[in-house]
Design a protein around this ligand. Structure first.
Ligand code: SF4
Length: 247
């Protein structure tokens, strides 16, 4: 992120205490799946998706409510996840949820993924500040603070997002349902001291579980994003596969 002030994480070394790759158990809300990154800066990139179980954020329009609480769909070892990735050479790994930072498996799993040389993106709401053990290894952060339409409790809003300045590849991603909501994005950037974040680090995406819900929002939101110099990406997986799990 060359344009932004001093963005480099503190150095970290893989924690010696991390469970071994065979013994680490990872509760998942979906089976592992291989698909195209559907949103954000790496839209269209082949990726393995690891959907960790658990989320207490409670967004009204959440499209993965099945990930909120257990029991998990399955539990795999880190070794099994690495094997799956090895069978899809060239793909990156997207650690998502749920809210992946709520999962005790998040830090040790990412430590193993990075030790295997994989590129890792994390999708998070941003309400939990990542530890140094996570901030250092992760290659890209896709942080989605919620707007009023999500109707979440105040304590599920991020208290602080200054850590983005120390992240390697930080992006803020906002899901909007109407173009008037972009004023909320402006206010949020001010509130978190992120008004100086380069505008191409801010991504607007249209909400909607089905293409017919998303389609009328595409042009108005694209134009609203363009006015501010923000990026805009549709949600490719919704266009291609609609309201399906694990795609
Ligand atoms: S943070 Fe993500 S998984 Fe959790 S409720 Fe909101 S949209 Fe759903």
């Amino acid at each position: 992120m060359s344009e932004a002030p001093a963005i480099h994480p503190e150095s970290t070394s893989p924690a010696a205490s991390v469970s071994s790759v065979a013994s680490l158990r990872v509760p998942l809300a979906d089976e592992l799946f291989y698909s195209l990154q559907g949103e954000g800066a790496t839209l269209g990139r082949p990726s393995v998706f690891v959907r960790l179980m658990g989320c207490t954020v409670g967004c009204a329009w959440c499209d993965t409510k099945y990930s909120w609480e257990g029991p998990p769909v399955l539990e795999l070892s880190a070794a099994e996840i690495l094997d799956y990735c090895a069978g899809r050479p060239g793909s990156q790994v997207i650690v998502t949820g749920g809210e992946p930072l709520e999962s005790p498996a998040c830090v040790p799993l990412i430590t193993h993924l990075k030790a295997a040389g994989l590129r890792v993106e994390v999708e998070t709401s941003g309400y939990i500040e990542p530890s140094a053990a996570l901030l250092g290894p992760v290659d890209q952060w896709n942080v989605s603070p919620k707007l009023a339409s999500a109707a979440i409790a105040p304590d599920k809003q991020p208290a602080f997002l200054g850590w983005l300045w120390r992240a390697k590849e930080p992006y803020l991603k906002f899901v909007l349902h109407k173009s008037g909501e972009i004023a909320e994005v402006d206010a949020l950037l001010e509130r978190y001291g992120l008004a100086e974040l380069p505008s191409d680090r801010i991504i607007i995406s249209p909400g909607g579980k089905k293409f017919e819900h998303m389609e009328p929002r595409l042009l108005p939101l694209a134009e609203a994003a363009l006015e501010r110099g923000f990026r805009f990406t549709p949600r490719l997986h919704v266009i291609l596969w609609g309201d399906r799990r694990a795609v």
